[in-house]
Ligand binder design. Structure first.
Ligand code: NAP
Length: 255
């Protein structure tokens, strides 16, 4: 009997080669899920898989661009065959193309919409049928405090606000099948993404972190594990009555 049929639930985490996605994949494996570690580059995803396997977990590296419909369909089918039907989906893959509005190019806009919004839509549409068959599922979308507005991020803040509307609609449509959908809106988390922002602004990452921490009530910036912990809660059995919510995880009440 495969592990899937023996009861191990399967989770997909997109953008899981590094950062928040990698920490989430590791955490869900610790929670007992078999985890599909999906990223643009399958070789990069293998690092996270090795970490999970070294700790005794089960994982599969999957290379796919979440904004490519055919690649997404093929990836989800491969995951269903090789790991088991996915019942948890974490839409985490993301990119930044920050620019002030007057300098923002068409492609800065399109790539951010494609990865965050189209990507979450395609992944969710492909995965939901397995959740409906199982009459159980958990969808977690990565929004951001930028959804409330952020200078230089007209594209990203629009996409992250859009993901909140997407989450609420999924909660309404899928609830009767035992599927919940929630969004997490992180504040400043120390990853390659915030490191790249510091570089673009010409500020050493350590100084960037210090400056951000001085504005945060808990007096520190976030770690990927802070977000993984919240994903773990939303994916848990006991969270079945929490759906359509957006939790701001930003070390304080304000973004
Ligand atoms: P990260 O370190 O940049 O990791 C993002 C991962 O997504 C990378 O491995 C990247 O692969 C992958 N990816 C990008 N485009 C993809 C695509 N089309 N298909 C599949 N994978 C793709 O970012 P992070 O900081 O961990 O952020 C994770 C999520 O949290 C994002 O949605 C981000 O917007 C959100 N978030 C982050 C923060 C923060 O402070 N870090 C705050 C709020 C929200 P490549 O390396 O190959 O490009």
């Amino acid at each position: 009997m495969s592990e899937a049929s023996a009861g191990t639930r399967v989770a997909i985490v997109t953008g899981a080669a590094r950062g928040i996605g990698a920490a989430t994949a590791v955490r869900l494996a610790e929670d007992g899920f078999a985890v599909a570690v999906l990223d643009l580059d399958e070789a990069a995803a293998k690092g996270t898989v090795e970490q999970i396997e070294a700790a005794g977990g089960r994982a599969l590296a999957v290379g796919a661009d979440v904004s490519d419909s055919a690649a997404v369909e093929a990836a989800v089918e491969r995951i269903a065959t090789e790991l088991g039907p996915p019942v948890v989906l974490v839409n985490n893959a993301g990119v930044l193309r920050d620019n002030m509005l007057f300098k923002m190019s068409d492609s800065d806009w399109d790539i951010v919409m494609n990865v965050h919004l189209r990507g979450a839509f395609l992944m969710t549409r492909a995965a939901q049928k397995h959740m409906i068959d199982a009459k159980w599922g958990r969808i977690v979308n990565l929004s951001s405090t930028s959804a409330l507005g952020n200078r230089g991020q007209a594209n990203y803040s629009t996409a992250k606000a859009g993901l909140q509307g997407f989450t609420k609609t999924l909660a309404i449509e899928l609830g009767k099948f035992g599927v919940t959908a929630n969004a997490i809106a992180p504040g400043f988390i120390e990853t390659e993404m915030t490191k790249a922002t510091a570089e673009r602004m010409g500020i050493p990452f350590e100084d960037f972190i210090k400056g951000a921490a001085s504005q945060i009530p808990v007096a520190r910036t976030g770690k990927p594990e802070d977000i993984a912990h919240l994903v773990s809660f939303f994916a848990s059995e006991g969270a079945g009555f929490v759906s359509g919510q957006v939790v701001y995880a930003a070390g304080g009440p304000k973004a």
